[in-house]
Design a protein around this ligand. Structure first.
Ligand SMILES: [Zn+2]
Length: 311
């Protein structure tokens, strides 16, 4: 049994299905819209969580009509292929997500997993923690950035928010007061941009864009509870991670840690490296900071050696 209620109501017809293990990776929350078109947003929560929510609302698994994916990541597309087989629902995603959702090989390339060594590490992680995402998925269609997704009474408003990944999309629920923030996830870890399709400056812009919408509720994919208290402050704190990481990197380079590989060994962004494949993610994120700092003429990267130009 779960130590917390499996689902909570966000507003009439809109329910947050919480992932197992406090919705931490490789689980994620799912939004369930109990409407004319019974819609799930993401499929990262264990099916037991989804099915028991459906039961509580008087439905069966077969009643799912549609799954909307927020981005191509394994912890979000999660059980979509399985649920599609169970309910014959349609699966839709952003046009930029399509190839990486459909094909396991493309997903790996989109992440940045290309060398045989990282491929082996990644497969090892999936086999132990996400065995269900090694299939190719069927995508029935795509949603548009400029067109709300109509569920009946509830409208989901796509807010394309790239940075975490290129396809990453938040959703307003009947407006912009309540926003599914997805992986602008407000966790203590801070922002994550460890794929080649991630973009640090886009991520910053996307967080600022969300702040500008002045939402009253932010629903993270990896926190059990929606954030309503001091949401703007929490988003600003989340935004501050980028600068803190820049400062830490500059500090370490000045101390003589002068390659990305050595910085990754510390590590700078992860508190610790939980699995060998995470070195890849750490290095990709460091590369993005180095690129950003080089553009600002704060750091020089020459022949793989880093040097601080000014602080
Ligand atoms: Zn993600």
């Amino acid at each position: 049994m779960s130590e917390y209620p499996v689902h909570i109501e966000i507003e009439p017809r809109v329910h947050l299905v919480r992932g197992k293990n406090e919705a931490r990776f490789p689980e994620a929350n799912t939004l369930l819209i109990d409407d004319e078109i019974l819609t799930l947003v993401d499929a990262g929560s264990h099916p037991e969580q989804v099915f028991s929510t459906l039961r509580d609302l008087g439905h069966q698994p077969e009643d799912i009509d549609r799954i909307v994916l927020t981005h191509y990541h394994a912890d979000h597309k999660g059980y979509a292929a399985y649920l599609r087989r169970t309910s014959d629902c349609e699966v839709i995603c952003h046009s930029l997500a399509r190839d990486a959702v459909e094909s396991f090989e493309t997903m790996m390339k989109t992440i940045g997993i290309v060398s045989p060594e990282t491929k082996e590490q990644w497969l090892n992680l999936l086999n132990s923690r996400l065995p269900h995402v090694q299939d190719d998925y069927i995508v029935d269609g795509t949603f548009r950035d400029d067109k709300p997704i109509d569920c009946g009474e509830v409208e989901l408003i796509p807010i394309h928010s790239p940075g975490h990944t290129h396809d990453h999309t938040c959703f307003g629920i009947n407006g912009h007061e309540k926003i599914l923030l997805v992986d602008i996830d407000l966790t203590e870890f801070g922002p994550w941009y460890g794929n080649i399709v991630s973009d640090l400056e886009d991520f910053i812009r996307s967080i600022k864009g969300i702040i500008d919408l002045q939402p009253k509720m932010g629903i993270s994919s990896h926190l059990l509870n929606p954030v309503t208290d001091e949401l703007e402050e929490q988003l600003s704190r989340y935004l501050a991670f980028f600068q803190q990481r820049d400062d830490e990197i500059l500090h370490k380079i000045a101390e003589g840690v002068d390659t990305v590989k050595q910085l990754a060994q510390i590590p700078i962004i992860y508190p610790r490296i939980p699995h060998p494949v995470y070195f890849l993610f750490e290095e990709i994120m460091l590369d993005k900071h180095i690129e950003f700092l080089s553009k600002k003429d704060l750091v020089l990267l020459e022949d793989g050696q880093l040097q601080v130009l000014r602080t």
